[in-house]
Design a protein around this ligand. Sequence first.
Ligand code: BES
Ligand code: ZN
Ligand code: ZN
Length: 462
Amino acid sequence: MKDALSADDTSGARPLYAVTEETLGSWLDGMSSEVRAWVQANDFKGKPGSSLILPSADGAIAGVLCGISTPADIWDLGGLALSLPDGSYLLGGVAADDPKAAGTLVLGWILGAYKFRTYKKDGRKPARLVPPKGVDLALVEALAEATYMVRDLINTPANDMGPTALAEAAKELAARFGADYAEVVGERLLEENYPAVHAVGRAAADAPRIVELTWGDSSKPTVALVGKGVCFDTGGLDIKPASGMKLMKKDMGGAAHVLGIAHVLMALKADIHLKVLIPAVENSISGNAMRPMDIVSTRAGLTIEVANTDAEGRIILSDALARAGEASPEMIFDFATLTGAARVALGTELPALFCNNDALADALLASGTAVQDPLWRLPLWPGYRKMIEGSTADINNAPEGGYAGAITAALFLEKFVDAKTPWVHIDVMAYNRSSQAGRPEGGEAMGMRAVANLILERFGKG
Ligand code: BES
Ligand code: ZN
Ligand code: ZN
């Protein structure tokens, strides 16, 4: 992450002039006729995302001109770190006037420098950006580091990111920030009353577990984060077709997201007591796998009719949400790669937000807009509660027909949350299907900055 920043070393940095389509003309007025001719010859108009290297008389690079949006868009500089020639670049031009906008641009630059390098160590080093004065580097670095962690966790294939490895990542994060760490593994899940986590994960060679990270002063308001940690989703006995299974290493994306948020909150010393819960399992097939129409009991006491073993996320989240409620939290946020239906409704780039509290939902949507990390609200439509009623158990995990699949999944989770506790559920893709500036193909944090920003604004930081 840090190799895309050059915060203190400005010596030898080339100027990177940010202009907009509107300000390009006045910028050119202050330049030599050679520069004006070069810009014209290259037909550079200041379009957001475009850039132009400016030569010096001796054939070296004098600087770079880049186009940004009004207001500045986080991805405006997202394509530069891995496309500009190696070296460091001092961000100036219109970006120097507004530290908050500059911080957003710097974050986009760093996010665009990401490559998943664990297994294939090729490729160039990113060019380095020197941020202008006034940028909140602690915030930018925390968000960048958290995003890199989320991407790495999701990109790591399931053979190296099973429940044990995912739990280990949570443990390392806890150690780094002095948080308490606990896990309940395998058969002990039954003794400690996490029957739903056990039912989904018991068929896997890597034992299921629930991970609990606790940080901060317990006299402060508790914020609970819950993340779906299905390290691989074969679908179980209701096995997925090859095309649907291919990307399912990303099914622990919810867990990665809540670890990313925890990273930001702990790094910036949020004024809260934090509780992170991750049910970590593999939805596998073997002789002891959960079967269609098995009835699974839950920590909360409700029984679940397993209409489809591929609707496993909501089953494990039921125990984790019940556990989160036991901490009497001020609010609960859960992230989950829960349904294909949410992707049909909103596509891959827009996470679906469900919330039982209108004021919190509005605040979170506004936060997402403010930090350019958008969410879109879908309803916890009461009229569809009848769809998740079970015939032989309290609730059914996969209603017939699949209509409103994202909503019925959210309504299922709602059963495990106290109606008086403000609760946010985010159904997220957690993956870029193809590369765009700043967002390489692969694991992605979506909605993470929106939630982290809301919590920091609501409760303050140290
Ligand atoms: N992990 C999947 C959901 C998913 C699939 C998210 C593709 C993003 C992309 C989840 O466990 C699942 O399989 N859900 C089923 C539920 C259905 C059986 C009720 C789905 O969405 O098809
Ligand atoms: Zn599934
Ligand atoms: Zn799943």
